[in-house]
Ligand binder design. Structure first.
Ligand code: XMP
Length: 334
């Protein structure tokens, strides 16, 4: 609309004045904030922006391809996709403690990103003059939280990997064009910049990704099974509409995902017995993610999802639904 159009022109002008003819690097995760920041900065300075997308192998099904299709295919932005799946899985081998897994994923992420940023800063690719700026999709609530809203932090007992200090370490100036915006405003901005509704209104996805949705040790086979099961769950949540509100169950839930349980249970198939893995479906409703209720999904939806997962994902023969609220359970299982 008109107001948002005005806002975009102003923001674009501000970025151009700040950056001049210098180059900018941005870590693109596929999440809402970094995507909107990328789209806005690209609108302002085009090819002076290079996005770095680190694929740690713990993303959802086709996530990497979708990010590339959107930013390279549609927006024509420069994106370097770093396929670091083997490296991450290698470092995670034999590790089952949730916090240890988070630390490894966070540390590797910074390592991979730093290596790529250093290359771009040095202008090693010929095409680049050498980046001077690091852009981040920091939004206003992040600014408040790191400014020390203690009450909020106390409830967050899991270590979130944060990339604080990166600009200093890399000797880059910091560009944060979303610093003054609330989440809703970031979403509106994203839509106005031409990002698809489904991307801008996505549920949050944790930095360590499927690494904390595979209980215990992370293995590639587990991740592959989980990705397929989760894609079915999300697809059906988007398909099923609530008759009263007309909204999809994806939009009626705040976060929904599938968890891989590395235990086997017995099932039957034809005349035979199966002995395969179990997944749990998790769907919650919450306003702040500090407390959350499990979502009362329609039985028809649960039935469709479990039927499809068991029929389509060989290797999983049992689907359960998590009916625990937070507290005392957390939203993620790790
Ligand atoms: P819990 O499981 O603590 O999750 O109830 C609350 C919200 O935080 C997300 N979450 C994470 N996000 N890195 C992240 O970036 C993490 O390590 C992490 N752990 C949990 C979770 O998905 C939920 O939205």
């Amino acid at each position: 609309d008109w107001v948002m159009g005005d806002y975009i022109s102003e923001a674009v002008e501000k970025i151009r004045q700040q950056v001049g003819d210098e180059e900018v690097i941005l870590g693109l995760s596929g999440g809402v904030d970094s995507s909107v920041a990328a789209a806005l900065i690209h609108r302002a300075i085009g090819d002076q922006l290079t996005c770095v997308f680190v694929d740690h192998g713990l993303l959802r099904l086709n996530e990497g391809d979708m990010v590339m299709e959107m930013f390279v295919g549609k927006l024509h932005a420069k994106v370097i996709r770093v396929d670091a799946a083997e490296q991450f899985l290698g470092h995670l081998a034999g590790v089952s403690d949730p916090e240890a897994k988070r630390k490894i994923i966070g540390r590797e992420f910074v390592e991979v990103f730093k290596a790529e940023a250093a290359r771009l800063k040095a202008g090693l690719d010929g095409a680049y003059k050498g980046a001077k700026w690091l852009a981040q999709g920091t939004i206003y609530p992040d600014v408040i939280e790191s400014g020390g809203a203690k009450s909020k932090k106390a409830v967050s007992i899991k270590s979130h990997h944060n990339v604080g200090g990166l600009p200093e370490q890399l000797g880059l100036k910091l560009l944060e064009p979303l610093r003054e915006l609330f989440k809703d405003e970031v979403r509106e901005l994203g839509v106005a910049l031409g990002l698809p509704h489904d991307m801008v209104y996505r549920h949050p996805f944790p930095g360590p990704g499927l690494g904390v949705r595979i209980l215990g040790e992370v293995k590639k086979d587990y991740a592959d099974l989980l990705r397929r099961a989760d894609a079915i769950f999300i697809e059906e949540l988007r398909n099923f509409k609530d008759a009263e509100t007309g909204k999809t169950w994806y939009d009626l839930t705040s976060q929904a995902f599938t968890v891989f349980l590395p235990v086997k249970s017995v099932g039957v198939m034809g005349d035979g017995r199966t002995y395969e893995y179990v997944v749990a479906l998790r769907a919650v409703q919450t306003s702040d993610f500090m407390t959350a209720d499990w979502a009362e999904l329609p039985y028809a939806l649960l039935k469709k999802v479990s039927g499809r997962i068991i029929n389509e994902v060989r290797g999983i023969n049992r689907v359960t639904y998590d009916v625990s609220s937070k507290p005392p359970a957390t939203i993620e299982w790790e």
